[in-house]
Write a protein that binds this ligand. Structure first.
Ligand SMILES: *Cc1c(COP(=O)(O)O)cnc(C)c1O
Length: 454
């Protein structure tokens, strides 16, 4: 216990550029395709939804992109975030492994999401956008974008997945404090929402449906409103690379090299941002770091999905992306990790997986919460249920290291805190969480309806 706990980077060592893994992939990413023409999309196809600087960041293969000063100024409100050695967790597990976590829960909204929200609000503001629309699952992304909107004086309209709107009333309050308008999705404000409500008036909603609603509002606003996505897209992964770049410097301070890197994946952004500088080391310098993406067994796109072209949303409003998917019409069971209930996965993470640069693992929610409670007791931080998926895999890896008598260095991204997730913890402690099995026939049905693209 006499060893150093926390590794703080001074503010003047905050990375001043984002790292773009597209520059280093050994094979280019499959193109994003227009669902009408089946041709690769161009900037003009995305212009109704995104400002041009973000569209450029979506496709650039420049290795480093300078972070504009106004964004750095907001980042410095909480960045660099700490890297912490989980000494008490190591002790509780009696493992010889060294466990470190990067703690993104110190941001004002409690997760990694402001890293991209602040960037997106900034670029929209300077390009003249009048308001942003977005979806949110557990409310983390909605809170982050609401915060970012208030930083740059940009109104924000949030479509919040209905089950989370009901389970997480205080996330809703936080968004309203930051000045956003919040709606329970599916709503009757959009064609996409009305279509779902017609089929199922009690629909719990899903990220896919909420995305359709937010996209529709922006696309039909005549350019006044633009859309902001909290994950999946390349520019989001780019902005999150601030995490992994800081971790690299901090592991240097700790004087250790990670053997294993672990992150949870919903749309893939905290994971990609955390691991991409290390994936570069694998590609460029032949490092053999084991890198594990952890997903929920209720939405196991990497481990149970197909690598095909699919829509990013349920209402078929988005371009087609090649990704590991369960089918855009598949609505995952209402697990208590709203941020992980997504049918697809970031194309960048899928490309890493397809190239064998990362591994994937699916975990059930009861073992996830058991791990979260063990972590909270040992380290004093209540993790977000999403982040707890990573913790489950960390514990399993640390126990395997104990079994093998190996002093492995395990580093994970603690993507957020769970202070707004107490109802989920209550449900777990009361023994009310269900370990949903994936409804294989429903997934097969959803996959059978995908557009056939070679
Ligand atoms: C949104 C969220 C996630 C999942 O999103 P990714 O894009 O996969 O990172 C994970 N953890 C927390 C705390 C979140 O808020």
């Amino acid at each position: 216990m006499s060893e150093q706990h926390k590794f703080f980077l001074p503010e003047n060592e905050l990375p001043t550029s984002w790292y773009n893994i597209l520059a280093d992939f050994p094979e280019p990413m499959p193109p994003v395709i227009h669902p009408g023409t089946l041709q690769p999309i161009g900037p003009e196809d995305l212009a109704p939804l995104f400002p041009m600087s973000l569209i450029e960041q979506e496709v650039t293969t420049d290795r480093y992109i300078d972070i504009p000063q106004p964004i750095l100024d907001v980042y410095r409100m909480w960045r660099p975030t700490p890297l912490i050695r989980a000494l008490r967790l190591e002790e509780a597990l009696e493992t010889p492994a060294h466990i470190y976590f990067k703690y993104e829960g110190v941001s004002p909204s409690g997760s990694h999401k402001p890293n991209t929200a602040v960037a997106q609000a900034y670029y929209n503001k300077i390009e003249g956008t009048k308001a942003l629309t977005t979806e949110t699952g557990a409310g983390q992304w909605g809170s982050a974008l609401s915060l970012a909107g208030s930083m740059f004086d940009l109104p924000v309209e949030v479509y919040m997945v209905k089950i989370s709107y009901q389970q997480k009333p205080y996330r809703r309050s936080l968004m309203k404090i930051f000045g956003a308008e919040v709606y329970a999705s599916p709503t009757d404000r959009t064609n996409a929402g009305r279509a779902i409500l017609e089929q199922d008036p009690d629909s719990p909603g899903s990220l896919g449906v909420a995305i359709s609603e937010a996209v529709e509002v922006a696309a039909t606003s005549g350019g006044a409103k633009k859309y902001a996505l909290g994950s999946v897209l390349n520019h989001v992964m780019l902005h999150q690379s601030i995490i992994g770049q800081e971790v690299m410097k901090q592991m240097e301070m700790a004087g250790e090299e990670p053997d294993v890197l672990i992150g949870c994946v919903g749309g893939g952004s905290n994971f990609a941002g955390f691991v991409s500088p290390y994936v570069r080391e694998k590609i460029v310098n032949g490092k053999d770091t084991k890198i594990i993406a952890v997903e929920p067994a209720a939405a196991p796109s990497l481990t149970k999905g197909q690598y095909v072209y699919d829509f990013g949303d349920t209402g078929e409003m988005t371009p087609l992306m090649k990704m590991y998917t369960l089918g855009h019409s598949f609505i995952p069971a209402p697990i208590h990790a709203g941020g992980l209930r997504y049918h697809g996965m970031a194309p960048i993470v899928c490309h890493m997986y397809d190239l064998g640069l990362i591994e994937a693992r699916a975990v059930h929610q009861n073992p996830v919460f058991a791990g979260a409670v063990l972590f909270a007791k040992a380290e004093g931080i209540v993790p977000a249920p999403e982040s707890a998926h990573a913790i489950r895999a960390v514990i399993d890896e640390a126990l395997a290291a104990k079994e093998a008598g190996e002093e492995k260095v395990i580093v994970f991204n603690l993507s957020g805190h769970g202070h707004f997730d107490m109802s989920s913890y209550d449900a777990y402690l009361a023994g009310k969480l269900v370990d949903y099995e994936l409804p294989v026939e429903e997934v097969e049905k959803a996959l059978a309806h995908l557009p056939q693209i070679a």
